[in-house]
Design a protein around this ligand. Structure first.
Ligand SMILES: [Zn+2]
Length: 162
């Protein structure tokens, strides 16, 4: 069966049995930013259910302009006040450079490579917490997910000062 037919077939089964959430505002007022890596099942790993959180994904789980765009809407329009940034072990963006990735892809882009997860998480938390338009955000946590064990390390934290 080809790729697309498999997806549509799986959807038939899903649609007949799915959980339903009526409200577009995440009930736990939470957004999770993580990597696009196919080994991370965000909902299962963090005990989340449908309708409870926004999930933003990109290569590396880094704070990019598009993540800021999504968070502006999450916080101001949809009630989110907590963000978890979850990077992971074995990430393709770890231990590489922009130059290397530009050469391999032929794309003249910034790839947000990761030298050190704790450092990258602190940088991303600093970007998010310093945006004047993200005032509703009260708490940001930085996690590293271990793709071998499924465990999460709680690495960095920011709370809005009183
Ligand atoms: Zn990754």
């Amino acid at each position: 069966m080809n790729q697309i037919a498999r997806l549509l077939d799986a959807n038939d089964a899903y649609a007949s049995a799915r959980a339903h959430a009526a409200d577009s505002r995440p009930s736990r007022r939470l957004a999770v930013l993580t990597c696009m890596d196919g080994r991370i099942d965000v909902f299962a790993a963090l005990g989340l259910h449908i309708g409870e959180a926004h999930v933003l994904r990109n290569a590396g789980g880094r704070v990019t302009d598009d993540v800021l765009r999504s968070l502006a809407l999450s916080t101001h329009v949809l009630g989110v006040d907590t963000l978890v940034i979850m990077q992971h072990t074995g990430c393709g963006l770890a231990g590489v450079t922009d130059e290397e990735l530009q050469r391999r892809t032929g794309a003249d882009l910034g790839f947000y490579p990761i030298d050190d997860h704790a450092k990258a998480l602190r940088e991303d938390i600093a970007i998010v917490s310093s945006q004047s338009f993200l005032g509703p955000l009260q708490l940001v946590a930085g996690f590293v997910y271990d793709v071998e064990t499924g465990g999460v390390a709680d690495v960095a934290r920011w709370e809005r000062p009183e």
